[in-house]
Design a protein around this ligand. Structure first.
Ligand code: WT7
Length: 655
């Protein structure tokens, strides 16, 4: 059932795109005339040499802005300085520790950033890094990680950023896959009051295997100091003295539009991580345009302050902290640590102190904040907020409504952005001044993006029916492949529906033309001949006042083919015995009443934790084993909290 929220009138009046009608007209033009549309967008970016062809496509291989030459760092930084904005703040950083109640805050203007990236560019060159070489970056959320990425881009090196929460073996696998010879890291970073020993993890990662011989140089930033890190002679070096001696002049390398810009590993739900490849020109154009439109960025408005809570080590950070944000000249905030350090209201404290206007976070975080209670939010002044964003998972309507009311004061449009590491930038999202939003729906395709919900033959399914989410036309920031694995590229994205890009998600389109993501196709449960989306059942559970978070999986069922098993984290106290049984029954009845008997969970477990990846996604494949009492023998290397999983499995076995 739809419950539409119109963009606030005052907001729409000054927005880049002001009405649904305007969006629809532009979108229609953009998909009917992709070359005209995308070349107009590309004109707004920095080029060293103009392209001679907008797109060349032979499925699944696309080339964008063919013949064009540019540089991602020059577009993000130099071009802003040249346009006269050198003194404008580009990045604001806040550290986690709060000595005497005051955090450490640092800022970089575009001119300062230009000096920093040029110096590091020269240091990397002096270490022998050449155009096309892969540099591994494993750092905490500091200004230095942004500088490191941009410095690579500047000299034409390909970066592979590894999320700072990953372990030594994840570092080893990725270094070996992309054959990286140089690693940039930091001695450590702060997380929840503790030091994360990043350099020690690197040491361990490259102590054995092929990585041991591959890595010749490790450059180390110091965030912690003291004896936090040890240095291997001949291999490891502190970066500060090298930077102090480096020249601040480093001309940006002329990159072909189709040169490889970076590799980013995504684990997906199973198997070995895939190195997703993005190229320079298309990624630049797509991320610059989408950052501006989705967040309605206004560089001339002095009250703009944008904060994305995602780690720079994920695609969200690559696109909407670094490459798509900086060219839009709105100050971008980076926070080093955890949301509950020192207390559970840290985020709201940050928003109030920095007067954040645009805020971008994940559903898993929102559900956690709901559980922590709204008193923690309302004691802070969040009136600076104008747009709220979410990404990473379907957002349950209940969580959406809470975000809208408690964080947004009923006055901020919510942009629920659907996209992937593979898509590089936003694909489905409301535009905050134009699109009526419906809690739980990521609404409409971005300008220039042609998406549909189809069956296996590629035919559109009737309105309201579940199908396969596809992109029908190439788009500039689409992945150019899986590093070193052509077969996996074709097999994962291009074989489910011939000729169309399949994201791996199930979806449906409602009577308003809005898209609803039903979860990963592999997670969709066929119950007595009906497709049941995990997201729908989970959202129904979360709508119950006692359920804070839920995960739903299928399990083999004699009669129905598959049954539904639900795992629920509670809000408030955990009842025992008969009371717990009564609550379980109540939750099951609640789903049955809301969604009908087909969606009624056959098993329901109450739990204190769910298995999640480090990026906050629920790992349903593990829950499928738990649901049937099977021992966990699958790969759990990307899991955040393995102990919680085993505790849950033991509890489930007892019934
Ligand atoms: C998968 C991609 C894009 C950056 C973060 C995740 C799910 C992502 C949404 C959304 C419903 C979403 C999809 C997608 N997803 N955003 N707004 N609504 N589902 O990147 O790790 O590459 O994951 O995340 O299942 O395929 P990723």
């Amino acid at each position: 059932m739809s419950q539409l929220f119109q963009p606030p009138a005052a907001f729409a009046k000054t927005a880049h795109i002001k009405s649904l009608a305007e969006y629809e007209k532009l979108h229609k033009f953009s998909v009917e005339n992709p070359e005209a549309f995308w070349s107009e967008q590309a004109e707004k970016c920095f080029w060293m040499k103009k392209w001679n062809k907008v797109v060349e496509y032979s499925c699944p291989d696309a080339k964008w802005f063919v013949g064009g030459k540019t540089n991602l760092c020059a577009h993000a930084v130099d071009a802003q300085v040249k346009a006269g904005f050198g003194d404008k703040v580009a990045l604001v950083w806040e550290g986690e520790p709060m000595p005497e109640g005051k955090p450490e805050i640092k800022k970089l203007t575009y001119s300062q950033l230009l000096v920093e990236v040029s110096k590091l560019g020269n240091v990397l060159k002096a270490k022998g890094v050449k155009k096309g070489d892969v540099v591994t970056i494993y750092m905490p959320m500091t200004l230095d990680i942004v500088v490191a990425m941009l410095a690579c881009a500047r000299i034409g090196a390909v970066h592979s950023v590894i999320f700072g929460g990953f372990s030594a073996s994840a570092i080893r696998d990725r270094i070996e896959d992309c054959k990286s010879k140089l690693v940039i890291t930091t001695d450590g970073g702060w997380r929840r009051g503790k030091v994360v020993p990043l350099k020690t993890n690197v040491d361990e990662g490259i102590a054995e295997g092929a990585a041991k011989d591959l890595v010749k140089t490790v450059l180390v930033y110091e965030r912690i100091g003291g004896d936090c890190a040890t240095y291997a002679a001949g291999r490891d070096e502190k970066v500060a003295p090298l930077l102090a001696a480096a020249s601040a002049e480093c001309a940006p390398e002329e990159m072909d539009s189709e040169d490889l810009a970076f590799i980013l590993y995504t684990s997906g739900s199973t198997g070995k991580p895939k190195g997703i490849m993005h190229s320079v020109g298309g990624y630049m154009v797509h991320t610059t345009m989408t950052a501006k439109l989705t967040f309605d960025l206004k560089p001339e408005d002095p009250s703009e302050m944008y904060w994305c809570t995602a780690d720079v080590g994920w695609i969200t950070g690559h696109s909407y902290v670094v490459y798509g944000m900086l060219p839009n000249r709105v100050p971008c905030l980076i926070y080093e640590g955890a949301p509950d350090a020192p207390a559970q209201d840290r985020f709201w404290d940050i928003i109030a102190r920095h007067k954040v206007s645009k805020f971008y976070t994940a559903p898993t975080a929102i559900r956690t904040f709901m559980k922590w209670g709204e008193e923690l939010v309302t004691k802070h002044d969040l009136s600076s907020l104008k747009v709220l964003g979410t990404v990473g998972e379907p957002i349950n309507p209940e969580a959406w409504l809470w975000y809208h009311r408690v964080i947004g004061g009923n006055n901020c449009p919510i942009v629920d952005t659907w996209w992937q590491t593979e898509t590089g930038g936003h694909m489905l999202t409301p535009l905050p001044g134009a699109t009526p939003t419906d809690p739980g729906s990521c609404t409409r395709p971005m300008l220039g993006i042609d998406m549909a919900v189809v069956d296996e033959a590629g035919k559109e399914v009737p309105q309201g029916e579940a199908g396969i989410l596809v992109v029908r036309k190439p788009w500039p920031s689409m992945l150019r492949g899986v590093y070193g694995n052509r077969e996996r590229f074709i097999e994962t994205y291009w074989t489910k529906v011939p000729g169309l890009y399949t994201a791996g998600d199930g979806a449906k389109i409602d009577e308003n033309g809005n898209f609803w993501i039903l979860g990963r196709i592999d997670d969709i449960i066929l119950v007595a001949g009906h497709n049941v989306g995990t997201a729908e059942v989970e959202s129904s559970l979360v709508a119950h006042p006692r359920c804070a978070e839920a995960a739903v999986v299928g399990f083999p069922h004699d009669i129905k083919g598959n049954g539904i098993a639900a795992f629920c984290i509670l809000r408030g106290a955990y009842p025992q015995g008969a009371e717990a049984e009564a609550l379980k029954k109540e939750l099951v009845a609640h789903v049955s009443k809301q969604l009908g008997p087909t969606c009624r969970p056959d098993k329901l477990f109450i739990t204190e934790a769910l298995p999640k990846t480090r990026s906050g996604k629920i790992m349903r494949r593990l829950l499928r084993d738990v649901a049937v009492g099977k021992d966990i023998t699958q790969d759990t290397s990307t899991l955040d909290d393995v102990a919680a999983l085993h505790k849950l499995a033991a509890a489930a076995k007892q019934g």
